[in-house]
Every structure is written in C-alpha cells, then in structure tokens.
Design a protein around this ligand. Structure first.
Ligand code: HEC
Ligand code: HEC
Ligand code: HEC
Ligand code: HEC
Ligand code: HEC
Ligand code: HEC
Ligand code: HEC
Ligand code: HEC
Length: 445
C-alpha cells in the first residue's frame, strides 16, 4: 500500500471514529431532530386547520368511539376531574363538611361543582351577579395537604382593583371558568366541565362529521407554538386588554384567562404573561424567576435552556395521561431519554455519582430533587410542594442572594441540619459552582 493510501485510510478511520463519537454525544436527541430544527413560524400566525375555523365545541363523548385509547388515557388523568358535579357523584367532595366553620357562607347543599381536589378543593355556588346567572366561590376552601378548612377570599389578591371586595360579587365566569371548563375560554359556553379533548385540539364539530377534516395537533407546530396549547392555562397572566386599558376600565370584566383563544390561534394575541423582570421579586415570582405559587410552569419554563432549544412540555409529559406526575414518575429515566453522562448537553461528568456526589441509590441522585426543587405552595398555608420548571440549578449562595427562603434550596431541603454556608462549601469542593458564570440571571447585589 502506498503511503498516500495509508494516510487516506487513517484519515477516513479517524474521521469515522470522531463522527461516531460526536454522533454518540447527541444520538439520544436524534428522534427530536425534526422538532428541534423545525423553522419557527411567527408568533402571530393562526395555525388552525382551515376547516376548524368555523367549527364548534361538541364534547369528549363524541370523540370516544373513534379514539378509545386516548379517551381512556385521558379519563384517568386529573384534567377531566378539575370540575366535577356533586349531584352526579357525591364522592367527588374530598372535604370534611362536618368541620366547615360556622361563618361559612355556603353549605354542601348549595355547592354545584367542586374545583380541584388534589391539593385543595373549592366550591362553585350558583349566584346572580350583575343581573346574570353565574357562579360564586365559597368563602372557605379545603386544604387537602393539611386536612383543614381555610379562608378563601380571592378578591384580596386576585384582580383586587377589578372586582368588589366580596365573594358574592366575584364571578367564576370571568376569573376561573376559561381554564376549568372546555369551551368557555373560546366561546364563553360551559360545554364540558374539566379540561377535555377540545381544550387542546380545538373545536371538533367538523372533524366528527368528517375525520378527513383535521383538528389542531400541537406536535405538528414548532416548539414555541406547540407549548402554547399548555401555556393557555399553565401560566400566571394578566388581562390582554391591560395593554391599552387600565384595570379600573375593566372593572367587573377583567379576565384571568386568554378569552377568545382556541388551540392553534396565536396565544400572544390573547394573553399577557404576569410581569417579571430578572432581579426583581414580585408577589408571584422570586427574583430569579422561580414561582412562589402553583400554576407557574409556563412562566418558569420559558426561561429554561431546554425551552430555548426547543424541548417542549409534551417531550416530558404525555398529554393524555399527563405523566410524569409526583405520583407517577419514571425517575431519572425521563431525563436520560435525552441526557447522558459525559455528553455534549450534559451532565458533563462521566457517571451519575460523579455528577451528583451522592450514591447512585441515594435520593440525592434523583435529577428532579436538584433540578426541580420544591419552591412553590398551593396556598399560603400549604407545604412547599410545587416543583420548579426552570431546571437550572440554584446554589445555596444564589438562594440567599435572591432573598429566597432557604427551604427552597435543593441541598438544604434534604440537609436541614447543615448551614447554607456548609452546603455551598460542599459544592465548591465538588467543583460544581460554574453555574454562576453561565447562568442567565444576574446576581442581585
Ligand atoms: C368518526 C370517527 C372519529 C371521530 C368521532 C373523531 N375522530 Fe379524530 N380521527 C379520526 C380518524 C380516522 C383520524 C385519522 C385521520 C387522518 O389520519 O387523516 C383522526 C385523527 C385525529 C387526530 C390527529 C390529527 C392529525 O392531524 O393527525 C386528532 C388530534 C383527533 N382525531 C382528535 C379528535 C377529537 C378531539 C375528536 C372529538 C371532538 C375526534 N377526533 C373525533 C376519526 C374520528
Ligand atoms: C392537555 C391537552 C390534550 C388533551 C386534553 C387531549 N389531547 Fe390529544 N393530543 C394532545 C397533544 C399535544 C397531542 C400530540 C402528541 C404527539 O404527537 O406526541 C395529542 C395527540 C392526539 C391524537 C393523535 C395521536 C397520534 O399519535 O397521532 C389523537 C387522536 C388525540 N390526541 C385525541 C384526543 C382525544 C380523543 C382526547 C380526549 C379524550 C384528547 N386527545 C385530549 C393534547 C391533548
Ligand atoms: C384548559 C386548561 C388546561 C390546558 C389546556 C392544559 N392544562 Fe394541564 N391542568 C389544568 C388544570 C386545571 C389542572 C389541575 C387538575 C386537577 O388537579 O384537578 C391541570 C393539571 C395538569 C398536570 C398535573 C396532573 C396531576 O396528576 O397532578 C399536568 C402534568 C398537566 N396539567 C400538564 C399539561 C400539559 C402538558 C398540557 C399541554 C399539552 C396541559 N396540561 C394543558 C389545566 C389545563
Ligand atoms: C389561566 C388559567 C387558570 C385560571 C384563570 C384559573 N386556574 Fe385554577 N388552575 C389552573 C391550572 C393550570 C392548574 C393546575 C396547575 C397547578 O396547580 O400548578 C390550576 C389549579 C387549581 C386548583 C388546584 C387543583 C387541585 O386538584 O388541587 C384549584 C382549586 C384552582 N385551580 C382553582 C381556581 C379558581 C377558584 C380560579 C378562579 C378564581 C382559578 N383556579 C383560575 C389554571 C387556571
Ligand atoms: C424536562 C421535563 C419536563 C418538562 C419540559 C416539563 N415538565 Fe412538568 N414535570 C416534570 C416532572 C418530572 C414532574 C414531576 C415531578 C415530581 O413531582 O416528581 C413535573 C410536574 C408537573 C406538574 C405537576 C404535577 C403534580 O404531580 O403536581 C405540572 C402541572 C406540570 N409538570 C406541567 C408542565 C407544563 C405545563 C410544562 C410545559 C410548560 C411542563 N410541565 C414541562 C417534567 C417536565
Ligand atoms: C426531550 C429531550 C430532553 C429531556 C427529556 C430532558 N432534557 Fe434537559 N436538556 C435537553 C436539551 C436539548 C438541553 C440543552 C442543552 C444545551 O443547551 O447545552 C437540555 C438542558 C438541560 C439542562 C441545562 C440547563 C441550562 O440552563 O444550561 C439541565 C439542568 C437539564 N437539561 C435537566 C434536565 C432534567 C432534570 C430532565 C428530566 C426531568 C431533563 N433535562 C430532560 C433535552 C432534554
Ligand atoms: C445533588 C444535586 C444534583 C443532582 C441529583 C443532579 N444534578 Fe445536575 N447539576 C447539579 C449542579 C450543582 C449542576 C451545576 C454544575 C456546575 O455549575 O458546574 C448541575 C448541572 C447539570 C447540567 C448542566 C450541564 C453540566 O454538566 O453542568 C445538566 C444537563 C444536568 N445537571 C443534568 C442532570 C441530570 C440529567 C440529572 C439526573 C441524572 C442530574 N443532573 C442530577 C446538581 C445535581
Ligand atoms: C433528595 C435529598 C437530597 C438532596 C437534594 C441532596 N442531598 Fe446530600 N445527601 C442526601 C442523603 C440521603 C445523603 C446520605 C448519603 C448518600 O445517600 O449518599 C446525603 C449525603 C450528602 C453528603 C455526605 C454526607 C454528609 O452529610 O456530609 C454531602 C456532603 C451532601 N449530601 C451534600 C449535598 C449538597 C451540597 C446538596 C445540593 C447540591 C445535596 N447534598 C443535595 C440527600 C440529599
């Protein structure tokens, strides 16, 4: 063999080995290649299939016969259980009404619907508000996590300047129902209680009549537009009209949901996200953008590197079963679907133990414990259970610098016997504090 040929062979082999190694670095992302490289369409474009434009909402029962499997997956999830009719099944009430405080402005008999029931349960009571048939909220809610009744006066913090300071005059139609009943957000009709098929696929009348006529399928849209289908609800908002109007001008009509939105339409035309400026703490967010309350997944996730690179809610959550949840979670396998040790996208260390500095079998080696710390509460009196969707790691020093309670720090949450300083020292010893330099947030001075 000539020298030239040997050199050429070596070069080919080297290139092959390197490209193989390079491929191995990102191989796990290959199934997502199309999604991640899809050209972004504008935030203003309506992506609804043409025939859906004139369709109306028909309810999930109509979808059942042709989509048994999806229907069954969905019916076991929490989405259809958000609003439940007490008359149909009294078991939906999780509260102990025998302990309802004396100054409650409702009884079980008055309540028509339950709202929620996993973390807290609230009650909808028929009421006439401003001459219109509507629902009001009982002045007590059941805290499932503490097993206690506690006050519920939403007007105290919820569009305080837009509604009378009285539960009796606080209509669920404008403040809640858009996200909890299917059809209400788009058409102001309670077509179906809970979050049903058409809340994510849009109105289905045309499709039911002729399956060739499509409904919206979020996974066909680019990642940003794909997430909108979840963000219509999983987000803290402001009424869109506040762009041009004052809250007083919206008195009695301010909405906490994107009125008029249907899946596929441009969400940016219907909602304003709750305001947030990096470095500034608000009632809803800490200075690093982490949510203090529930329903901040969308507000947080848009700041994450994963969101920026095109990873979406449904890359982790099955949209019909909703898994993973706190109860049904495949653990590190979910994250390792895309991540691998020593890979380009991280973790950079060669093994689990080298990355976490905990035994592989330890709780301290679970990705979510460090990357999705519990930073939010369902109510002021609830335990810290709402996991962050920012995914970045917050060091003990950053937790303190942002003025966050130390309980929200991942390390401290498990090591309450240690000081924040000692935990920071552990991290520094491990050489795991580079985050500061790469992290997108500026330190608060
Ligand atoms: C009469 C049977 C039938 C009914 C009723 C029906 N579908 Fe379908 N659906 C189909 C068929 C068949 C397809 C596959 C069509 C195709 O691939 O072109 C489909 C496809 C879909 C898709 C995928 C669309 C895509 O772009 O690939 C979604 C989402 C969907 N249906 C949702 C629904 C919803 C929501 C309802 C209830 C409002 C419903 N379907 C009712 C038969 C039905
Ligand atoms: C919370 C939002 C949400 C709800 C509620 C929902 N879906 Fe879906 N559905 C989605 C998303 C997002 C996808 C795309 C998933 C993917 O392609 O990975 C999807 C996909 C589908 C598909 C296409 C599956 C495929 O593999 O092509 C069908 C059919 C469907 N859904 C029917 C239904 C029916 C019927 C219901 C009600 C019983 C329902 N969906 C409820 C969000 C939802
Ligand atoms: C129309 C409003 C709405 C839409 C759209 C919506 N959600 Fe939800 N979601 C809710 C509400 C309300 C709950 C709380 C249900 C309960 O606890 O009863 C919830 C609960 C959940 C849960 C927790 C389930 C559990 O068992 O605790 C997950 C996960 C979730 N949603 C993911 C998604 C994803 C992913 C999408 C988009 C594909 C989505 N949701 C779209 C309103 C919505
Ligand atoms: C913009 C959409 C939206 C609006 C408006 C909204 N919610 Fe929700 N709500 C959600 C979502 C999404 C969840 C589940 C996610 C979470 O809790 O983190 C939720 C969760 C809840 C839960 C907890 C459910 C459980 O099983 O524990 C209750 C109770 C609740 N909401 C009541 C209300 C009431 C009462 C109002 C009106 C005053 C309201 N919500 C307005 C979207 C909304
Ligand atoms: C990188 C993966 C990932 C992405 C992306 C993601 N989630 Fe999650 N999410 C999780 C995991 C894991 C949990 C459960 C954590 C636990 O409690 O064990 C969770 C929990 C939740 C919960 C609470 C469930 C419960 O049990 O209370 C809601 C609601 C939720 N996610 C909504 C969303 C929404 C909406 C998006 C998109 C804006 C999103 N998630 C994006 C991984 C993800
Ligand atoms: C569908 C694929 C996918 C899944 C599933 C996934 N990731 Fe990621 N993740 C990515 C990509 C792509 C990046 C961007 C890499 C980069 O920017 O270098 C990333 C980045 C990250 C980062 C770095 C963020 C930063 O700010 O630099 C962290 C931390 C992370 N992921 C944690 C997780 C955790 C924890 C889970 C499981 C709950 C998870 N990921 C699940 C694809 C995924
Ligand atoms: C004991 C806490 C802890 C656990 C558990 C943990 N991480 Fe990390 N992770 C960190 C810290 C701290 C950093 C920041 C490292 C730095 O700044 O040098 C980090 C950084 C990352 C990064 C950014 C890239 C890098 O290597 O710096 C990714 C991606 C990541 N982790 C993914 C994961 C995944 C996936 C899991 C589960 C298999 C996991 N982590 C488990 C603490 C943890
Ligand atoms: C989910 C709980 C959990 C989290 C989060 C966690 N740890 Fe641990 N940690 C443990 C447990 C349990 C042990 C016992 C030994 C083992 O399992 O590895 C331990 C052991 C340790 C040890 C060695 C023994 C000791 O106490 O000196 C150090 C140091 C440590 N952790 C520091 C940290 C730091 C720093 C963080 C944040 C990056 C952290 N841990 C996050 C649960 C956790």
């Amino acid at each position: 063999m000539s020298v030239k040929k040997v050199v050429a062979t070596v070069v080919v082999v080297v290139v092959f080995v390197f490209s193989f190694l390079a491929y191995e670095q990102v191989a796990k992302l290959a199934p997502f290649y199309k999604q991640l490289t899809q050209p972004r369409v504008s935030l203003e474009k309506n992506l609804q299939p043409k025939k859906q434009l004139d369709a109306y909402y028909v309810g999930s029962q109509k979808c059942k016969k042709c989509h048994e499997e999806k229907f069954s997956q969905w019916s076991h999830s929490r989405h259809p259980k958000m609003i439940q009719e007490i008359r149909k099944d009294s078991n939906v009430v999780v509260a102990d009404f025998s302990k309802l405080p004396k100054d409650a402005d409702f009884t079980l008999k008055d309540a028509v619907y339950t709202i929620g029931g996993k973390f807290k349960q609230r009650y909808m009571i028929p009421a006439e508000i401003n001459g219109t048939k509507d629902y009001r909220l009982g002045n007590y809610q059941w805290n499932v996590q503490t097993g206690k009744w506690q006050h519920f006066k939403p007007w105290k913090y919820w569009y305080k300047d837009a509604y009378p300071h009285d539960n009796m005059e606080f209509p669920t139609s404008k403040t809640c129902d858009g996200c909890h009943f299917t059809g209400y957000m788009a058409k102001e009709k309670r077509v179906e209680p809970g979050i049903a098929c058409e809340a994510c696929h849009g109105p289905g009348s045309e499709h039911v009549a002729d399956p060739e006529s499509k409904v919206f399928l979020a996974s066909l849209a680019d990642p940003v537009r794909q997430n909108e289908v979840c963000l219509q609800c999983h987000m803290r908002n402001r009424d869109y009209r506040l762009k041009k109007h004052t809250i007083r001008e919206l008195y009695g009509d301010a909405r906490d949901y994107p009125l008029g939105y249907e899946p596929g339409k441009a969400l940016a035309d219907y909602k304003l996200p709750a305001p947030f400026l990096p470095g500034h703490e608000t009632k809803e967010f800490y200075a690093n953008g982490m949510g203090k309350k529930n329903r901040t997944q969308g507000n947080e996730y848009v700041h994450s590197m994963m969101a920026k690179h095109g990873i979406t809610c449904i890359n982790c959550h099955n949209p019909h079963t909703l898994e993973p949840t706190a109860q049904h979670n495949s653990g590190n396998a979910l994250c390792m679907k895309c991540h691998s040790f020593g890979s380009l996208i991280g973790p950079h260390q060669k093994s689990l133990e080298a990355h976490t500095h905990h035994k592989a079998s330890s709780k301290g080696s679970l990705c979510v414990e460090c990357h999705m710390p519990k930073v939010g509460r369902h109510t002021g009196k609830s335990p810290l259970t709402v996991r962050s969707h920012m995914f970045g790691f917050v060091t003990p020093a950053q937790t303190l610098a942002y003025g966050m309670p130390k309980e929200t720090n991942a390390c401290f949450a498990c090591h309450k016997d240690k000081s924040m300083k000692a935990l920071q020292a552990d991290l520094e010893k491990w050489g795991m504090v580079d985050w500061d330099k790469r992290h997108f947030w500026k330190e608060k001075k």
